[in-house]
Design a binder for this molecule. Structure first.
Ligand code: SF4
Length: 316
């Protein structure tokens, strides 16, 4: 492993200032993805800034009736929180479908949003990968691509974003709250937080260097019947081939976000408008522009069947 410095931040401002002062520095909390990447020398930060001492581990009611989730709230704690279970069950279910109990005990809300793709070629440093080594090519295009994306892909990268939690947050219209080294704050709708790969797949979100996630804000409870369905190759400790987060109201209208199919949680407001018409209509709209490979074409029908199990057929 390459030598790196390690510092513990004692305030949010301290953390953001340290990160801004050292190009390539990384924040670390649970470290469930970052440490693996450092062992493989895929991530080689000159400085690790430990943020575990920051007061960002609470879940609090917001003045508008929503919920503010601190960046350091562990996935296990968030999934078990009584308000999350009662008012945002899609989020609780998505969290519990991810990783393993041990990993959920360590992984944080912010870290979950910032985890990197599990494309096997990204982790195999003998293979070309534009995300790991920009300009080197993409081994998944023309290679084994069962796990890859079918929506929003580019000629440079067809990787998926692996988070379950983020798919539920997308259907709930969460906002990601940050602070930078100058103390400036901003609130980023989760729809705008993760990027599609385009020509720069190594840039995965809109955070600026040194910008620190401090919390995730959920809007007031949206009600409805909320579900999260994840389809994977084995029943635990596996990433989604396809996942669906849904909120359906008693009148049959609702929202869906899907995972395992793109470089970000995928949602299309025009597909939402079709929820009342059932899974086939939603799928047809979601798959506009889909581009498949020989190995991942099955995801189109898998998505429709998964949506059918969530929403039912015509006029659910
Ligand atoms: Fe790398 Fe993306 Fe291609 Fe996977 S799909 S090999 S992450 S460039």
């Amino acid at each position: 492993m390459k030598t790196f410095a390690y510092e513990r931040a004692d305030s949010v401002a301290d953390a953001a200032e340290m990160a801004a002062a050292t190009p390539g520095a990384k924040f670390i909390a649970g470290g469930t993805n970052l440490i693996d990447l450092m062992k493989l020398q895929i991530e080689r930060p000159p400085l690790l800034i430990d943020v575990n001492d920051l007061p960002l581990d609470t879940i609090e009611s917001a003045s508008d009736g929503g919920l503010t989730i601190g960046a350091l709230v562990r996935n296990t704690v968030l999934a078990a929180h009584p308000v999350v279970r009662a008012e945002y069950p899609v989020l609780s279910r998505a969290l519990l479908s991810g990783a393993s109990g041990q990993l959920r005990n360590a992984a944080t809300t912010a870290g979950n949003l910032l985890q990197r793709t599990r494309c096997p070629y990204f982790y195999d440093t003998n293979m070309p990968c534009n995300k790991r080594a920009p300009g080197s090519g993409c081994a998944a295009i023309g290679g084994v691509s069962r796990h890859t994306a079918i929506l929003g892909t580019s000629d440079a990268c067809i990787a998926t974003f692996p988070s379950d939690m983020a798919v539920a947050m997308r259907v709930l219209d969460a906002e990601i709250e940050t602070v930078n080294a100058l103390g400036a704050t901003r609130s980023i709708p989760i729809a705008d937080f993760h990027r599609l790969p385009g020509d720069t797949p190594e840039v995965e979100n809109v955070l600026e260097p040194g910008e620190l996630i401090v919390s995730v804000k959920l809007p007031p409870p949206v009600g409805g019947k909320q579900k999260y369905r994840k389809v994977r190759d084995r029943s635990s400790f596996a990433f989604a081939l396809v996942s669906v987060a849904s909120v359906v109201r008693s009148d049959g209208t609702g929202h869906v976000a899907v995972g395992g199919v793109a470089h970000k949680p995928w949602r299309d407001e025009e597909a939402d408008a079709q929820v009342v018409n059932g899974a086939e209509a939603v799928t047809e709209r979601l798959l506009v522009g889909a581009k498949t490979t020989e190995h991942n074409a099955f995801k189109k029908s898998l998505l429709e069947r998964t949506l059918a199990s969530e929403l039912g057929g015509e006029g659910n």
